[in-house]
Design a protein around this ligand. Structure first.
Ligand code: TEU
Ligand code: CA
Length: 541
């Protein structure tokens, strides 16, 4: 397999609204991000996935784009964005832009035109349908943000499709002129020196709505090969598709090099483990470590040479993993470091979500008035109407709501965690005096330095990037595997539980690589692993 820079770096995701406010309006901005590039250089990351910074009415916090080539006023100017890309480049950090082309905002010029009537040249840039025989919605397609996926447009007597909010009309990828305009926009961003694209719900662009098909439609890969050819194919960029429904077989279709589509995909099979199989994300069940082990192993072994894994626990849509499956109370530091070691020692490109590196946690709400996310607010009203108790609904929101990840980054112990001198657009977690970058950087044994060391090890040891993965047979709650490369063998051992767990292998330790506590480990036979204990040793191959 040909080697690429995006297989060797660790990527850091910035959610700009919540990263750093530089002008006191309570909203993160590009100047604030530029201020923090030295912090990211110290961490050692090689690329930033930047959530949308484009012009938007912020119905879905920027994932509803009204102008792909203008910067949101609240975030700053295009000059500041180009300066950010240049300053990141000076620090060997590439900027991967968020490409949201399954839909636009309803305030995008194309949709404003399309709504003018059936004969408008932009009408077919979107998905319109006549009412069903009974005058209602054309079919049963639903929105991810509650309610039907069809919105009535009285002026034209048709419905338009929106798989997300009604202010996010789906683009019609069957329209070749529309596709060409998207590619031209992408090329103008590539010309600014960006490092690639994260592609929002890209598995939906092949949709056939009249047949109820949304993900993995028949022309999906044809469109991606056309996009590759027309834009990033001529450059060595990181392209990662967000594909909620991907299996390893489907992931190979996106990321097998000879197919000339994408570098890799975000697959979410591990992310669904605490969701009832027949329920929505809000319907919870306990996550079983044995299942997590099985799924992680499947993805490590089945992609093989036919693709490349992304590795992540967190993003702006997910509750913070430290609170979700770790232990953010008694074992906050140990379990945060264990999660980092378990993930970063696997084969693939690791992604760190802002605040994960300092052990930030979920932020529970006591009232829906504290919520900001449209997905959460819509679900609240929908489930109240369906008879759920407010207590049940808030419990689901506190476990799985997206605002958990979108609370302001905690920089220091000053007011609002040093995120803003004004009133933050969303409340800062009350634990900021204890959990903040400045305090964490002052502690050589902190979570930050575990991440910094994992990133440094990746730069120094090819085995972390290219080594073959092999699961080690253990009790359910212990996830242990080996990486082998060029005659070298590393053993990774993690206790994914609050309890002591047994571990024993015949291997002989050559050297301790990294561990999440100070315990002396002299041998590997008949060990009793402490809760959340994690270590990596080089063993005799
Ligand atoms: O997310 C796609 C998506 O499906 C998630 O919103 C998911 O449905 C939900 O969060 C359950 O966890 C992408 C973006 O990451 C998300 O922020 C946007 O809201 C969405 O697309 C629409 O652009
Ligand atoms: Ca600001």
């Amino acid at each position: 397999m040909e080697k690429h820079w995006w297989q060797e770096v660790v990527v850091y995701q910035i959610y700009p609204r919540s990263f750093k406010d530089s002008n006191g309006d309570g909203i993160g901005d590009i100047a604030g991000m530029t201020e923090k590039l030295d912090y990211l250089e110290k961490l050692g990351i090689g690329a930033i996935w930047l959530s949308p910074v484009y012009q938007s009415p912020n119905d879905d916090n920027g994932y509803d784009i009204s102008d792909y080539e203008a910067v949101l006023d609240e975030f700053g100017t295009m000059a500041e964005m180009e300066h950010f890309i240049a300053e990141a480049d000076k620090r060997n950090i590439k900027v991967v832009m968020d490409l949201v082309v399954n839909h636009t905002s309803d305030e995008h010029a194309w949709f404003v035109e399309a709504k003018k009537g059936k004969d408008n040249p932009y009408r077919d840039y979107y998905v319109w349908a006549d009412p069903a025989a009974d005058g209602g919605v054309p079919n049963g397609l639903g929105s991810a943000f509650s309610g039907p996926a069809w919105e009535w447009d009285a002026a034209s007597g048709q419905y338009y499709l929106h798989l997300f909010s009604k202010k996010q009309p789906d683009l019609n990828w069957q329209n070749q002129k529309m596709r060409q305009e998207i590619y031209a926009m992408m090329n103008r961003w590539i010309a600014k020196g960006i490092g690639g694209f994260r592609m929002d719900v890209i598995d939906l662009i092949g949709k056939i709505p009249e047949e109820g098909i949304t993900g993995n439609g028949p022309q999906l890969h044809e469109f991606l090969q056309e996009m590759h050819q027309a834009t990033f194919g001529a450059h060595d960029l990181l392209t990662v598709g967000e594909t909620w429904g991907a299996t390893p077989e489907i992931a190979k279709l996106y990321s097998a090099p000879e197919r000339k589509e994408l570098s890799m995909v975000f697959q979410f099979e591990h992310i669904g483990l605490d969701q009832k199989p027949d329920g929505e994300k809000w319907d919870l069940q306990p996550m079983r470590a044995a299942e997590l082990k099985r799924i992680l192993t499947k993805w490590q072994t089945e992609l093989g040479q036919d693709g490349w894994n992304s590795l992540f626990w967190n993003n702006h849509d997910l509750p913070r993993m430290l609170s979700r499956w770790g232990n953010d109370q008694e074992y906050r530091s140990e379990s945060a470091k264990m999660l980092a070691i378990l993930l970063h020692m696997m084969k693939g490109t690791p992604y760190i979500y802002q605040g994960e590196e300092i052990g930030m946690t979920n932020t529970p709400i006591a009232s829906i008035a504290e919520a900001r996310d449209i997905e959460t607010i819509n679900m609240y009203h929908e489930r109240l109407a369906r008879g759920y108790s407010e207590e049940e609904i808030l419990a689901s929101i506190n476990a799985k709501g997206r605002d958990n990840a979108r609370r302001p980054m905690q920089w220091n112990a000053s007011s609002n965690g040093g995120f803003t001198t004004g009133t933050p657009w969303i409340g800062v977690n009350e634990n900021y005096p204890l959990i903040n970058a400045e305090t964490v950087l002052a502690d050589p044994d902190s979570i930050f330095y575990t991440y910094q060391k994992l990133i440094r090890l990746r730069k120094e040891h090819p085995i972390m990037i290219w080594g073959e993965f092999e699961l080690v047979d253990t009790v359910d709650e212990v996830i242990s595997y080996c990486r082998e490369y060029d005659g070298e063998r590393w053993l990774v051992v993690t206790n994914f539980s609050d309890e002591t767990q047994p571990f024993s292998v015949e291997d002989e330790i050559v050297e301790m690589i990294i561990q999440n506590d100070g315990n002396e480990i002299t041998g590997l036979k008949d060990l009793q692993l402490k809760p959340w204990q994690a270590f990596v040793v080089k063993v005799k191959a």
